[in-house]
Design a protein. Structure first.
Length: 223
């Protein structure tokens, strides 16, 4: 079966849209009916995330890590124990397209690194979007890495030991480990996801912090 893993920390305002987009992707006809299991890894949630998640046909895993690397790894471990052959990762404030999983599998590689687009720039000064667009290259063969749009075969994931217990950049390190192991990786724009540009981001040094940094340090590279 195919597994989708979503880490979540106090995501009651976003998680419903995320899950609904995942359910739609799981029902894509190109998957030929292969089972898809979704697990929401709720890390130290103190809001209504659990109540929202409980209303959907997904699995919920509660942890108290305050660490996105550990959360992604815990979700992956749970799905691997249930027989997952492919692990797809996204974030709780992200919407995936209906063909998201089908596009990942269609790449026929060990891993797939996709792109992201921002849903709403209104919370940021106009120069932030301009600088972002000048630095981001959403083309085939790009080298961007996003935990919000990442897929990897179970075999390749296990070969490199999975996600490291890092509070940030766990996705970058995993892809580096995959490359070092000789895994084949597809860098594509085909399955682009839509993510939030909110200011109250959950992961320090993540995408939200990167956007804020563009106000004063536009020369930074996008992870």
């Amino acid at each position: 079966m195919i597994a989708i893993i979503v880490p979540a920390h106090n995501e009651q305002d976003f998680i419903s849209g995320c899950i609904e987009s995942l359910i739609a992707a799981a029902a894509h006809p190109a998957l030929d009916g292969e089972p898809v299991r979704i697990v929401i890894v709720m890390d130290a949630c103190t809001d209504g995330t659990a109540q929202v998640v409980s209303s959907y046909p997904v699995q919920a895993l509660s942890v108290d890590f305050h660490n996105v690397g550990k959360s992604r790894a815990a979700g992956a471990d749970a799905m691997l124990s249930q027989g997952a052959r492919w692990l797809a990762f996204t974030d709780a404030d992200t919407l995936v397209p209906p063909s998201w999983l089908a596009d990942q599998l269609d790449c026929a590689t060990d891993a797939v690194c996709g792109t992201v687009k921002v849903d709403d720039w209104s919370l940021h000064p106009d120069p932030v979007r301009t600088r972002y667009d000048s630095l981001y290259t959403p083309v085939e063969g790009h080298r961007h890495i996003h935990g919000a749009n990442l897929g990897v075969s179970a075999q390749s994931y296990l070969r490199v030991g999975g996600f490291k217990p890092l509070p940030a950049h766990e996705d970058v390190i995993l892809v580096a480990d995959l490359e070092a192991s000789g895994a084949t990786i597809k860098w594509t724009t085909k399955n682009c996801v839509t993510t939030s540009a909110r200011i109250d981001c959950r992961c320090r040094e993540g995408f939200g912090d990167y956007l804020r940094s563009l106000v004063v340090t536009p020369s930074l590279d996008i992870g």
